[in-house]
Design a protein around this ligand. Structure first.
Ligand SMILES: Nc1nc2c(ncn2[C@@H]2O[C@H](COP(=O)(O)OP(=O)(O)O)[C@@H](O)[C@H]2O)c(=O)[nH]1
Ligand SMILES: [Mg+2]
Length: 407
């Protein structure tokens, strides 16, 4: 072999090695990209799984924070949309699965937005050095635009104006004291304390327009009562949409409470009748009945509710033992009108005011109690079970006016 031939051979071998080397590198690169892509898909799957699990396992607080944040976002968007017409976001509400989060929020935090409304405006007003006639004019203005209703605004205004002597008017502390006192008076509706004993089963009927939080409230109450050891049965009286029944069933599963359902689009009264009958036959402690709140016309809805009331009494004479009207605080004064409308048709024994966490219009609670003289039983300050709080007047007034007077 000549020197030239040897050089050609070495060159050819080097070319083959170089070719093989390049092919291998290219394939490694591709595998790396594929691995990374697969890893990303895996991550995504894990994230989806995590979210799904969080939705299905409400007590798993850590996992569920993201979901509840999403739900809160949805909610505030709905609230923003609601503000135009004062009607709750009805239709998509039913589609939502119950919220997952359950970390107790302090009441004062739940009322932060409400405090940021008329209470903060009063705070600014009374922070002035001198409380004089101009301040009284502005006070009137603040109260009458505070979503507490004109009747309650007038009552608060007159109480401050009339009852305080001239000297006291110079003293913001005295004005706050008077406001707290009046608010306490208005909210402390004289009614027996709520307990679910005295009847077996104790039948609770829950009414209100669509989207205010009826089903959610029922789920939370069921969870609380079950945790106390009571046997709870739920009646899926909102037969208008399958999603509403499913929503109640999810809550029922979590609370360990069976749910009596009927045919979709069927007569809500017959489902409620069946639920109460089963509650009696099987010795349940509490039967809670959901209802539909679609406001086709006021007359249709009210007639249907009256029928539900009659059918309850047929299933178990004397029931429902309590009828709660659920109102959405974000609708402001519209909630007062709803309350008046429902009170004409039904014997309402309690109010549940939801979504206080998402609105500056929570002062409406004063207007509702003042106008209706019906006790507030529970308030909602979030979507978790622990965010439904038994209503305590003193605690509420403290949280509402907290720090407003510089205390
Ligand atoms: N932020 C907040 N959301 C609530 C509260 N109560 C209910 N909701 C939400 O309001 C929406 C409508 O509730 P739902 O129970 O379906 O209303 P229903 O149509 O009256 O049965 C759901 O997304 C609930 O999670 C509350 O106190 N705070
Ligand atoms: Mg519902």
């Amino acid at each position: 072999m000549t020197g030239t031939e040897i050089a050609y051979l070495i060159g050819a071998l080097a070319a083959v090695f170089l070719f093989l080397f390049l092919v291998r590198r290219a394939s490694e690169k591709q595998t790396g990209v594929r691995d990374r892509l697969e890893q990303r898909d895996d991550d995504r799957d894990t994230e989806d799984n995590r979210r799904e699990l969080a939705r299905r396992a409400p007590s798993d607080a850590d996992d569920s924070v993201d979901d509840s944040a999403d739900a809160a976002e949805d909610n505030s968007a709905a609230d923003a949309a609601d503000q135009d017409d004062g009607e709750p976001a009805a239709d998509d509400a039913d589609e939502r699965e119950p919220a997952a989060q359950d970390q107790a929020v302090p009441l004062s935090a739940g009322l932060a937005k409400t405090r940021g409304g008329f209470v903060a405006r009063l705070g600014k007003l009374f922070a002035r050095k001198k409380i004089d006639a101009d301040v009284l004019d502005e006070l009137e203005q603040v109260l009458f635009t505070a979503d507490i209703g004109p009747k309650t605004a007038e009552r608060l205004f007159q109480s401050i104006k009339g009852r305080l002597s001239k000297d006291e008017l110079e003293d913001p502390e005295a004005i706050w004291t008077e406001l707290r006192r009046q608010s306490t008076d208005i909210l402390a509706v004289d009614a027996p304390a709520m307990d679910f004993t005295g009847h077996t089963p104790f039948v609770l009927l829950v009414i209100g327009v669509n989207g205010v939080g009826k089903t959610t409230t029922i789920g939370k109450i069921a969870a609380k009562l079950s945790a106390e050891g009571k046997r709870v049965l739920l009646g899926a009286g909102d037969t208008f949409r399958a999603a509403a029944v499913e929503q109640l069933q999810i809550w029922g599963e979590r609370a360990g409470a069976p749910v009596v359902t009927g045919k979709s689009g069927g007569d809500p009264s017959s489902v409620i009748f069946d639920a109460i009958k089963r509650g009696v036959d099987e010795g349940f402690d509490v039967v809670i009945c959901d209802t539909a709140g679609r406001l086709h016309t006021k007359i249709d809805l009210m007639d249907e509710l009256k029928k539900v009331g009659r059918v309850c009494d047929k299933a178990l004479p004397g029931c429902p033992h309590e009828t709660w009207l659920v109102l959405d605080a974000t609708t402001g004064q519209n909630a007062i009108q709803q309350a008046q409308m429902f009170k004409e048709a039904m014997d309402i024994t309690g109010i549940v005011l939801t979504k206080l966490d998402g609105t500056a219009k929570g002062g409406v609670i004063l207007g509702i109690c003042d106008e209706l003289a019906v006790p507030v039983r529970y308030i909602g300050i979030g979507e978790g079970v622990s965010d439904l709080r038994a209503f305590e007047v003193a605690e509420f007034v403290d949280a509402l006016y907290q720090h407003a007077d510089g205390a």
